[in-house]
Design a protein around this ligand. Sequence first.
Ligand code: NAD
Ligand code: KPL
Length: 305
Amino acid sequence: MSTTWHILGAGSLGTLWATRLARAGVPVRLILRDEARLASYQAAKGLTLVEQGVEHTYPVIGETPDCPEPIHRLLVACKAYDAQSAVAQLHARLVPDADLILLQNGLGSQDAVAAQLPQARCIFASSTEGAFRDGDWRVVFAGHGYTWLGDVGHPTPPLWLDDLHAAGIPHAWSTEILTRLWRKLALNCAINPLTVLYQCRNGGLQDHQCEVATLCAELTELLEWCGQPAAAEQLHSEVERVIQATAANYSSMYQDVNNGRRTEISYLLGYACEAAARHQLTLPHLLQVQARLVEHLRAHGLASD
Ligand code: NAD
Ligand code: KPL
């Protein structure tokens, strides 16, 4: 019997992973916040995955954080701002050499989780898959993509990648996972805040080309100072390409703000501005966009951290 995947966070990505693993016959258990959420989940009789309009429900076993069973493998599928406290609840259950797979976007939360668990193996992931919830315990698979996984301290891939293969989760092991995470962070910093400030789709940034170019120049400088020259390569042309390719889409940050949800700003723009300060870099446009975004979030009654 292969090792059980414990999934922490029954949101969009957690459900997308849990259902595909369960469909492949891999043992999966879902960790829910408390008894009330567990009762609601049990009433729904499982997790539903909607793919190309076709839905299937998978009766994945649910449990609360205080279930006594030890955890050997944990997929952390919370938002970046919840990851550290959500994992902390499970300290007593995690075996010392547990594997954690951290799906969070941006940077900062992964190091915070890894620092809590010095003996565990923390694998960082960067995903371009897209999913959203259209109801409790339901997820719509909205965009096919890829997930890169890597371990900054240990280049050997884990054997359980076979489970991802069996589950049809497109993935690759990356020995340069930090480059991927920094690159994605830079793309998100160049695009997402401006779509919120200008209240536009990604394609709307074609009307703000100078501002995008200035931000890209500052982000390129930052990546180089942070020892990430590969993530800095051709950043501006990549940002322009993404703006064009996703012109009709609303960025994830735009969607969060417009749905009244907390953003992951501290792990994107906030992380970039803190890194710039650490290197005593002057990046006035990046700082200005952060200040404007914080003001916008406050004006809309949303958390600005
Ligand atoms: P989500 O908000 O849909 O799901 C997070 C879930 O975690 C929620 O159900 C929440 O209740 C749960 N949670 C939080 N704290 C918990 C706790 N203590 N115990 C149990 N459950 C807890 O978020 P998501 O969209 O799945 O995103 C997860 C991460 O993946 C984010 O960092 C996001 O940026 C990244 N990401 C998402 C997508 C996507 O398409 N949704 C794509 C790429 C990357
Ligand atoms: O990842 C994105 C997001 O919306 O979060 C893109 C489409 C790249 C825009 O930054």
